[in-house]
Ligand binder design. Structure first.
Ligand code: ADP
Ligand code: MG
Length: 727
């Protein structure tokens, strides 16, 4: 039987040998990245200076320079074994897209030469009509343009030179994640630098930093292949809990199995060659669940690196006969996977704006930025939730293990007390606080105290963790850009608003510190309902959050509506990130993706239920029936009843489960048919959410019951206890 064969294959597997470079990491780190060192080596001095200048000052690259850059880049790529090049971009599906072209061109003499021009480097026109665009491009205008993002270095993967690019329509609307991310980062740079200059006039730029923590599951390849649900949907649509799963808490930080350790080492080496600063690795809470975290980087680069990691991890896993599951909830009953986004802002003068300082002035700056983040998250809490929502992350949010489906901020007791004091201070007290030396409140001990004060119970979706915020609601398979666009743009808008209010006070003759403190005070009282340090999983919090007016919507398709609210449209416009047309188009894509994902899952589940599970259950049932008949023929009625009563009860239960499964599959199919007739993408997604998803839950429940009854020898699919424990 296939199941036993694959289980045996999986359990027999040994750790694969890893090719460890003889050099130390500092020697091979960034080997496949066209970084400044390679630029310097391969480009003429004048070209190098022009390129670095364009990158540092966010200026366009002059055309003649592009030709010279392309020539140098091609030489470097060929020296490193590349044969093809591609524009690498981030379409609105998950993951990345690329179309490979060989460097070759005709030489006019019947042969070829390897060529790569500035034109090909800077811009391409991928035949992109099949990428989601939310109706922005008519098919006769199916052109999309990809254009080089010079702020992110080119790299070589699989012998292909990859050029990070943005992807826009013929009419200039963004069709990707990178374009709006770059716009949001520019916006927060300008707005935050303006505010930071109240404290230090030398600040020119503010950078947004992102440190992601990627969680994932590993499953042996043989077992994976025997589960059509994993292959087609990335998660198990059925499977009874294993008797042992995470209740002993023995996996978290436990010893890493040798097969997995070999895989991790291999992955880290590959990461380092591609300039991804992978640093931390460990087991996660659930069996077979692991995490990888790099050192944080500037947000655009960090996001490129996360996307690259998501391709790389699958590739390396296959070398070790594993499959990686990046799905948010591959297994019911145990923890799902997220991707915590550690986020901060820092000046080009080297100050982290969310880190408490040592002087009263830097502490006032710290409070200023913290309070503005609070205000932005408060105002746009519904949008931030929408930014992390998806059909797959919906399994995680609101369940009892992951962030709740309500956005709130955890601040810790120290910071909470400080904000309370500020809020309650009278006019005179504030003037006192903001005397000549700036803020007198002694907050300089905050860093030490905060270390053990930060949120360790992990119930907060957005937590202050000492010098950064940790947005924990992001899903493991998501493009972090979605969350980073919303967050950075919302904070940019808030900082612009703050600055204009402070400036207005100063114009009326008020003192700077006093103006700042008054505005801080008003932001604290305005936005304090977003602050919650308690248990985010509790039912009391759900009620309390609703009373506070926070967004409590739980239906994924309706959560997306937040992108089109008046506040969101205005904010994105003010921050220069999205036009209303772009927002509408992108929501169409979100609804469509939601529908498609549920549609695929429903089809796979229907197929497995009818063609795999019911036939096996029926066969087992008929074995039991056969047994009952045989007992009847051998024993007298009295004895017979006694012996066969258990069998009869099981036979009946199996019948009951099969009946419900058949009914629910029929209901699910008709739910789909009705939904498919709807033209409006939003209505369709809502119909799938309301009428298809609930059937899937019922079907699964009954299949899982059957799994416990039917003879283990007959059950066709690998069970949780086999999938979840790597030897
Ligand atoms: P945790 O204890 O939360 O699991 P980890 O050490 O696993 O922490 O990961 C923390 C992540 O946060 C790392 O990627 C780290 O580089 C990143 N990080 C640390 N400081 C900052 C910061 N100021 N801004 C953004 N990310 C940061
Ligand atoms: Mg963390």
């Amino acid at each position: 039987m296939l199941r036993f064969k694959v289980v045996e294959e999986a359990f027999d597997r040994k750790a694969m040998p890893v090719e460890i470079p003889v050099e130390r990491p500092e020697e091979y780190y960034g080997k496949y990245v066209f970084n400044r060192q390679k630029m310097f080596e391969y480009l003429p001095k004048k070209t190098y200076d022009a390129l670095v200048n364009a990158i540092d000052n966010k200026e366009p690259l002059p055309r003649e320079v592009a030709d010279s850059v392309a020539a140098g880049m091609k030489r470097w790529a060929i020296d490193n074994g590349a044969r093809h090049y591609t524009h690498w971009f981030h379409p609105l599906t998950d993951g990345t897209a690329e179309k490979h072209d060989a460097f070759i061109e005709h030489d006019g003499k019947g042969g070829v030469v390897e060529e790569f021009s500035g034109k090909l480097l800077v811009q391409q026109e991928p035949d992109a009509s099949s990428f989601p665009n939310g109706g922005i491009r008519n098919t006769f205008e199916a052109r999309g343009y990809s254009a080089w993002d010079i702020s992110s270095p080119a790299f070589i993967m699989d012998k292909t030179l990859c050029i990070p690019t943005i992807f826009i329509s013929y009419t200039g609307e963004s069709l990707d994640y990178k374009t709006p991310l770059l716009r949001a980062l520019n916006s927060v740079d300008r707005a935050a630098a303006d505010v930071a200059r109240y404290f230090d006039p030398n600040v020119k730029h503010v950078f947004s930093y992102l440190g992601w923590e990627q969680e994932y599951f590993l499953v042996d390849e043989a077992l994976y292949s025997a589960r059509p649900d994993l292959v087609l949907t990335g998660r198990t649509l059925m499977g009874h809990e294993s008797a042992k799963n995470q209740q002993l808490e023995d996996h978290y930080f436990g010893a890493i199995p040798s097969r997995v350790e070999a895989f991790m080492l291999d992955l880290e080496i590959e990461c380092h060659k591609l300039g991804i600063p992978a640093k931390t690795r460990h087991n996660e809470v659930a069996p077979n669940q692991f995490e990888l975290a790099p050192i944080f980087e500037e947000t655009n680069l960090a996001n490129d690196h996360n996307l690259l990691l998501m391709s790389l991890i699958s590739e390396v896993a296959r070398r070790h006969n594993f499959r990686v599951l990046l799905h948010e909830k591959p297994f019911a009953g145990i923890n799902g996977s997220g991707k915590h986004n550690n986020w901060s802002l820092g000046t080009d003068t080297g100050v982290l704006l969310f880190a408490p300082g040592k002087t009263p002035q830097t502490n006032l700056q710290f409070i200023t930025f913290i309070v503005n983040v609070m205000a932005a998250v408060h105002k746009h809490n519904a949008l931030l939730k929408a930014s992390i929502m998806s059909a797959t992350n919906a399994h995680r949010l609101g369940a009892n293990e992951a962030p709740p489906a309500i956005i709130s901020i955890f601040l810790g007791s120290q910071l909470s007390e400080l904000l309370d004091t500020l809020e309650k201070s009278t006019h005179d007290e504030l003037i006192n606080l903001s005397g000549k030396e700036g803020l007198k409140l002694d907050v300089s001990q905050i860093p030490e105290i905060m270390v053990d004060n930060t949120d360790r119970n992990r119930t907060s979706p957005f937590a202050f963790t000492g010098n950064r915020f940790e947005f924990r609601a992001v899903g493991s398979s998501a493009n972090c850009a979605s969350a980073m666009i919303a967050l950075n743009a919302a904070v940019a808008e808030q900082l612009m608003d703050f600055k204009s209010k402070v400036d207005a006070r100063i114009a009326r003759g008020e003192d700077l510190y006093h103006s700042l403190l008054e505005e801080i005070k008003s932001l604290i009282s305005q936005s304090k309902s977003i602050h919650f340090d308690g248990n985010g999983y509790s039912d009391e919090w759900k009620e309390e959050a609703a009373r506070r007016g926070l967004d409590c919507e739980t239906s994924t398709p309706k959560i997306f509506d937040a992108y089109l609210s008046k506040a969101s449209v205005e904010m994105f416009k003010k921050a220069g990130v999205f036009s209303e047309i772009e927002l509408e188009a992108r929501n169409e894509v979100k609804w469509e993706m939601y529908t498609k994902k549920i549609q695929i899952e429903a089809r796979v589940l229907g197929d497995l239920a009818i063609n795999h599970v019911i036939p096996v259950a029926t066969r087992y049932q008929s074995i039991l029936l056969d047994n009952v008949f045989k007992i009847k023929s051998l024993f007298d009625a009295d004895k017979c009843d006694k012996i066969s009563s258990q069998d009869l009860s099981t036979i009946e239960k199996i019948s009951d489960h099969i009946t419900v499964i058949r009914e629910e599959v029929a209901k699910m199919v008709s739910g789909r048919k009705v939904a498919n007739k709807l033209d409006d993408e939003r209505e369709k997604a809502i119909a799938y959410h309301d009428n298809v998803v609930p059937c899937m839950d019922v079907i699964r429940y009954h299949i899982d019951k059957l799994e416990l009854m039917v003879d283990d020898e007959m059950w066709p699919l690998p069970k949780y206890r086999e999938l979840l424990f790597i030897r």
